[in-house]
Design a protein around this ligand. Structure first.
Ligand SMILES: [Fe+2]
Length: 391
């Protein structure tokens, strides 16, 4: 059997379904598959995704032609199934090209995809972060992928039992994606500073918050690697802000409406920087699904809005805060030496109990990255596994 054609990407497309029949009209290729499903592919979509080297750059595999280089009245003039399983399509501009059946199936429209399932949690439902063996995750890509998937689904996930190594945190994070540097540096250490530019650098308690609400787009991921912790207190207190928001959508709809529409501004308080980020507390997409939160009680700038908006926005912020500080929503746990806690900075609010700095040593390193780096790495790891199972 001859090899299947390349695809206009670097993905690995399994061929789980066979083509049973093809039907052609001027604008449309309709495919009937072995599981009884049918898919419809427009002539223009097929034409601009042709893997031939004039249409798809053979090395970059990006589109090499623009929409105006394809005739507006382009038609499909024929299609047939090849012995290799590829589908050969001929167009009215004279091009005949072969399509990979796995790509054709995998990119077809079968109705709206189900939303990505996230698991929202209260403290009773998720008393501790999903936890994985640290050394195991470093040795076995399957365990590493499980950790990343848990981070995506729960918004918080932990590796335990990691060795104490300088640079280990950055080495692990860069296996996911690039480090995002901030005004706190490429990597920061949660330690007590004489002249702190954040309350994080004190031993005091911290209310639940996201980091960097002062930025246009707060970084999506945060990683905390505990090198040492023998101080009494200082437990982490994490809250699934999506759970809080969804409960408020139902139980406190007026406050929810304010939280998704009223714009708050946040400013960092520092002598050498003046970042200002704006947005609603709860960010939603066009369908109303929650996509992120921008919540931090101690970095809010004075609210500049009409008086009636000030009144409702303060009530709503307070209501959200009451829930964020409620034990019903708070996952509480101790940072142990060798823990690497990863969390979604725009979903999992973090806070901590105060600690007795004189009672022991506490050394926690932190790094930021971004959400779509996580999603990209999950996809490419899965791609590698698909390629491995295909060989
Ligand atoms: Fe923080």
């Amino acid at each position: 059997m001859t090899a299947l054609p390349t695809t206009p990407d670097f993905d690995v497309w399994p061929v789980d379904h066979q083509v049973v029949s093809l039907e052609v009209s001027a604008e449309t290729l309709t495919v009937t598959w072995s599981d009884g499903q049918t898919s419809a592919h427009h002539a223009l979509l097929l034409r601009e995704n042709s893997p031939d080297p004039a249409t798809t750059h053979p090395k970059a595999r990006e589109m090499a032609i623009g929409p105006d280089e394809i005739a507006a009245d382009l038609c499909i003039t024929g299609a047939e199934r090849c012995g290799s399983g590829a589908i050969s399509v001929t167009f009215s501009d004279g091009l005949t090209t072969d399509y990979h059946p796995g790509w054709l199936r995998g990119t077809a429209w079968f109705g709206e995809d189900a939303p990505t399932p996230l698991v929202l949690w209260t403290s009773a439902e998720q008393p501790e972060p999903p936890t994985f063996d640290g050394p195991g995750a470093l040795e076995d890509a399957a365990v590493f992928l499980e950790w990343l998937e848990a981070l995506r689904v729960y918004g918080v996930a932990r590796l335990r039992g990691l060795p104490q190594q300088d640079g280990l945190l950055e080495r692990i994070v860069t296996q996911i994606g690039p480090v995002r540097e901030s005004n706190f540096g490429r990597q920061y250490v949660l330690e007590i500073k004489d002249d702190p530019d954040s309350q994080a650098y004190t031993s005091g308690a911290l209310l639940q918050h996201i980091d960097l609400p002062t930025r246009e787009l707060p970084f999506g991921l945060q990683f905390l690697y505990t090198r040492e912790n023998t101080t009494p207190g200082g437990e982490g207190r994490y809250v699934d802000a999506y759970r809080v928001a969804e409960d408020m959508r139902i139980e406190e709809p007026e406050h929810f409406q304010s939280l998704v529409t009223d714009i708050w501004e946040y400013n960092n308080r520092a002598r050498t920087s003046d970042y200002r980020g704006r947005g609603p507390v709860i960010e939603t997409d066009a369908a109303g699904a929650i996509t992120g939160v921008r919540y931090n009680t101690f970095l809010r700038a004075p609210l500049r809005a009409p008086l009636e908006v000030q009144a409702r926005a303060y009530k709503a912020y307070r209501a959200f805060s009451v829930r964020a500080q409620s034990p019903a929503y708070q996952m509480k746990f101790r940072y142990e030496a060798g823990d690497l806690l990863a969390f979604d900075n725009r979903r999992a609010l973090h806070g901590r109990a105060g600690y007795d700095a004189k009672g022991g040593a506490r050394f926690i390193e932190g790094i930021y990255a971004d959400r779509d780096d996580l999603h990209s790495r999950i996809r490419t790891l899965k791609r590698q596994f698909r390629a491995g199972s295909a060989s």
